[in-house]
Ligand binder design. Sequence first.
Ligand code: G4P
Length: 191
Amino acid sequence: MKALEDKIRAEGRALNADVLLVDSFLNHQIDVQLMKAVGEAFADHFNGKGITRIVTVESSGIAPAAMTALAMDLPLVVMKKQGSRILTDDVVQTTVQSFTKGTKYELTLKRHFIKPDDRVLLIDDFLASGEAAVGVHTLLSGLGVTLAGIGIVIEKAFQPGHQRLEAMGCDVYSLARVKRMDAGSIEFIEE
Ligand code: G4P
């Protein structure tokens, strides 16, 4: 998606060869016009694939996922990163390890918000090792629900997430695929 790649070139900052800072439009401040276009691009790709519900993982996935849900006129469910005292019953959980941040969390979903015959589209901001998406796949599979697609805003294509998810049979669609980066430059895979 050209507007997204242009924005990453203009405002993204590679901290090193692995981590891209995009907090001026995606992770902290949010460019809602760009997110609207992101939602429409996902809708263009996934419309007609029988999707019935969008899911994301809090927090940075929420903006692009909400815009996608709006563009596709579908409900949105935000998976939580920890249980809470008011979220005690009817809940499924799986542990997700973040290699980028060196943290672990309990991906948490209230069953009530997903129907057994749903075909779910996962939207997330970054794809690195694919741990979050594998966690979503695990939770949905446990409920007998189909993960029909994965839409990613920025994929770090030099990390194993995309291949790993495709090997599991997932349909992965990324709007910007970073081939390599360093402090001075960011190179994309041309589609
Ligand atoms: P994975 O799910 O593909 O394995 O990714 P990984 O665990 O390595 O990364 C997890 C967290 O780190 C996610 O945020 C993800 O958005 C973020 N992340 C990964 N790579 C980058 C990067 O290059 N730049 C930035 N800015 N973030 C990156 P999270 O823990 O879910 O937090 P949140 O921001 O959604 O609240």
